[in-house]
Design a protein around this ligand. Structure first.
Ligand SMILES: [Zn+2]
Length: 95
């Protein structure tokens, strides 16, 4: 998973944009997101294919950017989690 960072003003955001939401420039760099702090961890018991039938949807704070990832275990709020990418998107686990 990569975070987008504006080279002009340093604003960081997850979802790709054509212009910076703060300064309007169009020059970005991609910063790898490898770990974050758990904000929420919620178990999903109804999921779309091809995802597992149950997993935890985890909201992480990655350098002040909020991102989602999947976890097979509940992660404690405030704890550190490592992020990895698989074919279905980002996953995370206890650091
Ligand atoms: Zn900017």
């Amino acid at each position: 998973m990569n975070i987008n960072r504006c080279r002009n003003c340093g604003t960081k955001f997850l979802v790709a944009r054509s212009v910076c939401p703060k300064c309007g420039k169009e020059d970005f760099e991609h910063v790898p997101a490898r770990s974050g702090i758990v904000l929420e961890s919620v178990e999903l018991i109804a999921t779309p294919d091809p995802y597992p039938d149950r997993y935890y949807l985890v909201l992480l704070d990655v350098d002040d950017v909020k991102v989602f990832c999947r976890s097979q275990e509940k992660l404690r709020e405030g704890s550190q989690a490592d992020i990895q990418d698989d074919e279905l998107g980002p996953t995370c686990r206890k650091a």
